[in-house]
Design a protein around this ligand. Structure first.
Ligand code: MTE
Ligand code: MO
Length: 212
């Protein structure tokens, strides 16, 4: 008798046995593309990245300037609220905590939330303290290559679960905006695009906070 070899199921049971499969999720070996609206074009000459709101000095960086910021690599598992999870994904880009630690950005004492602003008006909101965790990155590269247009080229927020780091919170992947153009620091929280559509504001993967 032939036995069918299902590498996806094998991978999934290994991940489950390692305690890395969140409730209600299933493992994908692909990289699904998920977003609302069209994929924007990238114009390096006019692209800029803005940081404003509750910061001591608002900044505007060109693409060339952004590429000179200190860089970080990060390996983690990403979890979409539509129930797919992708494991051991490798990202490279800029850590917000590093930018703050090194004085590139100075939040005011009042800053408590950040709204990510992306092309075509997409937004998503997170507490500042979560965006300072090790599992949030302003990513330019995935698996050693520049992001593809579908996945957010040239820059996206990305957030996921770092194995063994149960000390930090893991939000679903919609809390990372593709085609990211700026960060607004705020005193008060403000719901983003999917949050206004009924997604859970905290979005904790391990507590299955999918919908409000
Ligand atoms: N600009 C933008 N970013 C977005 C979204 C979107 O609709 N627009 N969708 C989010 C959702 S729901 C998910 S799961 C991830 C998907 O990222 P991927 O397409 O690279 O898998 O992007 C997030 N970032
Ligand atoms: Mo998603």
């Amino acid at each position: 008798m032939f036995q069918s070899f299902d590498s996806r199921r094998e991978d999934e049971s290994r991940i489950r046995s390692e305690g890395r499969l969140p409730p209600g999720q299933s493992l994908t070996q692909k990289f699904p593309v998920l977003h609302y609206g069209p994929v924007p074009a990238f114009e390096p000459a006019t692209w800029d990245f803005r940081v404003w709101g509750e910061v001591e000095n608002p900044v505007v960086w060109s693409w060339d300037q952004f590429l000179k910021l200190p860089r970080t690599t990060l390996k983690m598992d990403i979890h979409c609220v539509t129930r797919w999870s992708k494991f051991d994904t490798e990202w490279e880009g800029v850590s917000l905590r590093t930018l703050i630690d090194e004085g590139f950005i100075q939040p005011t004492a009042e800053a408590a939330y950040i709204i990510q602003h992306a092309e075509h008006g997409y937004t998503t909101n997170l507490p500042l303290e979560i965006m300072l965790q090790d599992n949030f990155l302003l990513a330019t590269h995935f698996d050693g290559e520049a992001l593809t247009p579908d996945h957010g080229y040239p820059l996206r927020g990305v957030v996921g679960h770092i194995p063994q780091r149960e000390d930090i919170q893991t939000p679903y992947l919609w809390k990372g905006a593709k085609w990211l153009r700026g960060l607004e620091f705020a005193k008060n929280d403000r719901l983003g695009f999917w949050e206004r559509a009924g997604y859970h504001n905290d979005a904790d993967v391990w507590n299955e906070e999918r919908f409000a």
